[in-house]
Every structure is written in C-alpha cells, then in structure tokens.
Design a binder for this molecule. Structure first.
Ligand code: ADP
Length: 436
C-alpha cells in the first residue's frame, strides 16, 4: 500500500506475515505500455490500478521517482522499480566518476593489480567541466577518434564522433548560442570518451551486447544476472573512413531501425546463446570462458563502485540494461548502464526474451512471498553476488580466493526456461486475443 506521506494513513493492523498471507491480490501500476504491461496484466492474482489508486507494486519511470519518491509513504511489502538515486550508475558522467573513485580506493586498499580490474571503461571526460583535462589528453594522442555523448540522453540521441578539436569548438559555440542559453539554462553536459576504434566485427559489422542485471539490494549487495540477452548489430559494414555515419558507428536499435537497409523481419539482433556459440567455434571454449568472466567482473565492479552511494531502500529493486562492447582483442568495455532498458519488442524472438525476463524479474522480486531466500537460480536469473561471490556448486562456502571457486553465472548459456517460454508466450497471446 502506498500513499502521499502527508495523507492520513489508516493502517490495516496486520502483522507482516499475516498481511502477506491475507492479501488477496497484488495491486500494480505502470505507465509503460509494452511487454511489461502484457506480463503484469496476465500475472495471476495481480490487478491493475489506475490514476491515484493505492498500489503494492509500481514499475515507475524515473521522472515519477524524482518528483514523488520522497513524498510517498510505503508499507513494508511495497516494491518500486528504481533506486532513489539510480543515476549514480545510469548517468554516463556519474558512472565514470564513481568508477574512477572506486578504482583509486582499490589501489589504496588492495593494490595496483586489483585496481586494474576496473580498467574496463574507455577514457572519459565530463564536458564542459573537464574540458581542459580533455584537451591535455587529446594532445597526447593526436589522430585518435573520440565520441561525444550527452550524459542524460539515450538511444544514440545527440552523439557524434570527432578527431579535431575544432569540432568541439563548434559544439561549444552551438550549445552556447542555442535558444536555451538565452534563458540561462546551463549547457547540456556531455562526456567526451575515447572511441573504441577496433571493435570485434562479425560479418564486417560492429555490435554491442545488452545484458540484464537485477539488483535487489545494495547493502548488502545482492545481484542477479540474466542468462539471455542479445548482440545489437549495425546494418552497415564497419569503417573508420566515415566517422559521421551513425549507421556504421552506433549500434542502438533506435538508430539502426531508421537505416534504409533495415529489415523489420530480420531485425539486427543475435541472441547471446548464438553469439557465445559463434565465439566458441571461432576461438575455442576457454577463450570464451575468459571473456565472459571478464564481463562478469564488469557487473560486479560497477555495482560495487556505487554500493555506498546508492540509497539502499528495501522497497526498491532495479533491472539494469548493461551495454558492453567487445574489441578485437576480446576485451569487453562498459559503455553504459541503463535504468530503463527498452522493454519494447522489435521481433517475435525479442518479445519472447523480454516477456520471460520480466516474468522472471517478478519471480525474484517475489511479491507473492514464494521464495525461501536460499535460491541460487530463479527462472533465467542466476544469483551472481550475495554480499560476496556466489559459488556454482552446492555446499561450497561463498568465499573468494578459493582455488576451485566457480562463480554462479551462466551468461549466454542455454536457458532451459526457453521450453517454458514458448508455452508462456502462446498463453499470453491467447489471453490477449480473448480479451480484445
Ligand atoms: P545511448 O545512451 O545514447 O545509447 P551509448 O553510450 O550506449 O549511448 O552509445 C550508443 C552507441 O554508440 C553504443 O551502442 C555503441 O554502438 C556506440 N558507442 C558508444 N560509446 C562508444 C565508444 N566509446 N566506442 C565505440 N563505440 C561507442
């Protein structure tokens, strides 16, 4: 149950356990009209609440959170889909600031080797405030390519590549002379980031990976990794000769969809399983194991970098969409963490993936109180971190630094949920048809 804090709250006088037992239905609210709505509406025992009605579960957008979170009273059992200051991880400039700080802390406390495990984000400067530092770095490496990205936009909007300082001068001039500036609204913040010039290519095309991580708590850190995800390809062969062509350099679906070569039926995605198999056949399973272990390291280190900064409210959970780019040396790079990964499906396969992902997310959030708390796997989610690394083996204590310790992650491995998935997908379609 939730309500504005200043409203009179009439509690129902039940103890926590009783309250859960006796709640006949779970009242949910969301503003998203995509796969999420399909899943919520068809979940047994869940009922939709509109407008100002009280809710138990709210998959809110971040703008609602900003305006209302601090003024909303929430009962013990209520859950909401973002952490209050999620932007510490999901804004490009804050993410880098936190990673840089965490790296320094690790160097102080655990040494250079441990700190080097944070070297998975390309060199980044916040603009305009780090402009002078950027210029220094720029001059050290003449001729390399940089990418400018607005800190708070998504879907490739406002991004451009450059090699000359002059292009930044033009950008500064443009932003200064915009209409916004006349009203004294500050210049939109950007990050200038080293462009990965040697991306791993498949069929001559660049791609990045979208991977889902579900965080249930920051203190202690408790995070789940989803087995499925996808690689998003550009439609056009990669080249560094045309840095102005966004269809070559930006792999966002929102960008690629507008390309003249885009095939709505074929789409531009590969599921992670297919990607993993492709790599294994080309490079052998050990190389792939190492790559995926390095990717796991990105999740854990990035979450640890904000662990003490994020307000760990027990009502909050967050399903993050990680964007990872792999270079030709098979080194993974973290580009961005999204607070609101797209839940709109671009194909049937994509619909199946997102429907299952959301179903499984709700299983882990566990409004129905069905879990024991000892699960290491729920649907396609594997418990990756539970106040420490989680071992894959039953009965092995969860301590790092043990010789035979294998972490409980299975990214891009076969998700046998897939069998159930088709069944779920068809029943959703049938119910949808029946209700329309
Ligand atoms: P947005 O939030 O707008 O999607 P991203 O940081 O995810 O911004 O960048 C959009 C796309 O641009 C990525 O999917 C990737 O294809 C490309 N890209 C971004 N940063 C880099 C980089 N440093 N090197 C190479 N490609 C990049």
């Amino acid at each position: 149950m939730s309500r504005p804090k200043n409203q009179n709250y009439k509690g129902h006088g039940l103890s926590k356990g009783k309250e859960r037992e006796q709640r006949a239905s779970i009242r949910f609210k969301t503003t998203l009209m995509n796969t999420l709505m399909d899943v919520l509406r068809h979940r047994p025992g869940w009922v939709e609440v509109k407008d100002e009605g009280e809710w138990d579960f709210y998959w809110c957008d971040v703008s609602w959170l900003r305006e209302n979170f601090d003024h909303t009273y929430m009962d013990e059992h209520v859950r909401i889909s973002h952490f209050r200051n999620h932007y510490e991880l999901t804004r490009k400039n804050y993410m880098v600031k936190n990673l840089k700080r965490f790296r320094k802390q690790l160097e102080r406390e655990a040494g250079k080797l441990e700190a080097a495990k944070c070297d998975f984000f390309p060199k980044t400067f916040e603009m305009p405030c780090e402009y002078h530092l950027f210029v220094e770095e720029f001059r050290k490496n003449p001729g390399i390519t940089w990418i400018m990205k607005p800190v708070a936009r998504s879907q490739g909007k406002g991004i451009f590549l450059f090699r000359r300082l002059k292009d930044i001068m033009d950008w500064r001039k443009d932003t200064r002379s915009s209409d916004d500036q006349k009203d004294d609204i500050p210049v939109e913040n950007y990050v200038a980031q080293r462009y990965i010039e040697n991306p791993y290519l498949i069929g001559g095309r660049k791609f990045d990976l979208r991977v889902y991580v579900l965080v249930m708590s920051y203190i202690p850190l408790r995070a789940w990794l989803y087995r499925d995800g996808f690689a998003r390809f550009s439609n056009t062969r990669f080249t560094l000769n045309s840095i102005d062509d966004q269809y070559v350099h930006l792999t966002n679906v929102a960008v690629q969809k507008t390309s003249p070569d885009y095939h709505p039926k074929k789409g531009c995605k590969w599921m992670l399983q297919r990607f993993r198999q492709y790599l294994a056949s080309k490079h052998g399973p050990e190389v792939v194991e190492t790559l995926f272990r390095d990717i796991d390291n990105i999740f854990v280190k990035s979450l640890q970098s904000v662990q003490k900064v994020i307000i760990s409210d027990k009502h909050c959970f967050e399903l993050y969409g990680y964007d990872i780019l792999i270079d030709q040396d098979l080194k993974p790079w973290l580009l961005e963490v999204n607070a609101s990964p797209s839940l709109t499906a671009s194909s049937q396969e994509d619909y199946e993936l997102k429907t299952c992902l959301l179903e499984d997310t709700l299983h882990v959030v566990d409004m129905e109180a069905r879990l024991t708390g000892r699960e290491k796997r729920v649907g396609g989610f594997d418990l990756m971190w539970n106040d420490g690394p989680v071992s894959r083996e039953e009965g092995v204590p969860d301590l790092s630094g043990m010789g035979n310790f294998v972490t409980n992650t299975h990214l891009g491995c076969v998700n046998d949920r897939k069998k159930q998935l088709r069944q779920l997908f068809y029943s959703l379609q049938v119910q949808k048809k029946a209700s329309s």
